[in-house]
Each structure stands twice: as structure tokens, then as C-alpha cells.
Design a protein around this ligand. Sequence first.
Ligand code: HBI
Ligand code: FE
Length: 291
Amino acid sequence: MSDFEHVFEKPPEGAAADWTIPQDWTAYSAVEHQTWDTLYARQMKILPGRAAEVFMKGLSALDLNTGGIPDFAVMNPKLQALTGWTVVCVPGLVPDDVFFDHLANRRFPSGQFIRKPDQLDYLQEPDIFHDVFGHVPMLSDPDFADYMEAYGKGGQRAASLGMLQNLARLYWYTVEFGLMQEADGLRIYGAGIVSSATESVFSLEDPSPNRLGFELERVMRTLYRIDDFQQVYFVIDSIEALKGETLKDFGPIYDRLKGQSDIGIEQIQPYDRVITRGTQDYAHKGGRFAA
Ligand code: HBI
Ligand code: FE
């Protein structure tokens, strides 16, 4: 299963059997390094007070602002010392089983390329800014590091049980678009949000989306959209709490899910812990593609 268009069928030329390619850091152009710096500086104006403390801590621990696109040969030893994770380069989206195998072995696959200067705000395929700036700081947190490894192992199992669609929703609503309740307010930790200037603000401050307390089975039943801002965000209490929830055996959960219908992206259920009941105005007015 993949929601994206440009997934290759087999490793493209120059890629290893596990789909990895060299980062070839010296080959990035001045414009490409400048794109990283521009995106980094833009997020740093927005994220303090919005991004979760663990994210901000990870970002500074990894020192990703040394001028241009980070060199993995420099970044990886720091990450490895913190949690045993490393980052490897891939040409783009890789098949699910390849993706899960990397995660299960504490390797995070990152796109090698960076977006073009005219795509600063939106691209559907994950580039190195989304993958490294968005995902890697969280991998420096020991609990989140364990959660991601468990997700990789769970993915292999879910695929064999035909439940990948449900598990992928968990990834989407936590790793990519998760919010966290901190003492001072709601904060972002999802990579899809922290790497987006517009969604960083929208996810926390716009009256449009629903913001609901995280509940594992509920999340696994909830549809999502890949083409625009989310219409619902799920809020965890802490990374430890998320990890605790997902250490359960998913077998009985999958059995229950088989008898249950999907939940629409705007729907609020009677049992939901509602943090914000959204107006849905943004989505109803046509979202990103409105005039
Ligand atoms: N490949 N490079 C890359 N990055 C992803 O985030 C990714 C992928 N392949 C599959 C995939 N994600 C998802 O479909 C799984 O989480 C289900
Ligand atoms: Fe991502």
C-alpha cells in the first residue's frame, strides 16, 4: 500500500539491494545548501514556543545548522551516540517492506534530494529537509527512538496480517502529524508539521481542525489526507505515554478493528476527548487549492 505516486518498483540504478544510495554530500550545489539554510532559518522563527521540548532539544544536540545541508558523516556519529539510530539516503519513497526493515534496524531512510527554490512551501514527496529537519531530532529521544523501531517491527507484522492501512494511520497521526500536551500548552512533534512553516501555525492556532486526545484504536480507524493540512490532529500526553500505549500486542486490536468501520476525517465520536472542536472552515472553503 502506498498513497504516493512515485514509488519505484525495484531499486533504481546506483542503489543497493536495500535501496540506499550514497549521500554524495560534496555534490550538493550552492543553491541546494542555500535552500536548507533558508528553510532552517524560517522554521527557527516559528518553532520556539510551538515545537515540543524534545524536538528543540534534539535539534540543538544534533547541530544541524552548520551551514547548508548536513553531512551525514558528521551527523550520524552524534545521533548514534544518543540512541543508536543512523540516517541513510534513499532515492525517494521506498516500498513499505524496505522502509520497515530499515526502521526495525534503527536506520532512518532519508531522501537524498532537496526541494527546488520554487517549492519551498509544498511538495508531496519527502526531501532531505523534511526527513532530516523533521524526523531526525525526535530520533535523539530514547523513548521516541524505541517507538520508531517498534513501528518498523510492527509494520512487518501488520503487512503479513493485512492490517497495514490501520498501522499506517498510527504513523501518520503521530510521527508525521502528532501534537503533544505540555505544561505550557499544545506543542508540535510531528515531522510533517515541524518541517512546514504554514502547518506549524495552522495545526496549533487555526480554528478549523479538530484536536482530539490520542486513543490508539480510534486513530487506527481514522482516515487521513495527504494533499493538504490535516482536518484532525491527535494529542498525546508524552512520548513515554505514546510508547506505553503501543507496547501492547496489536493482535487483539487488529481482530477488533476488522469488525469496525473507518472514521471520517471530520467526525467526532461520542467518546472522543475533545481539546478543540474545529469549525472545518479551511477545508470546507477548498483548502490549499482555493482561489
Ligand atoms: N519511504 N523513504 C520513505 N519514507 C517514508 O516515510 C515512507 C517510505 N515508504 C513507505 C512509507 N513511508 C509508508 O507507506 C509506511 O509508513 C506505511
Ligand atoms: Fe515523513
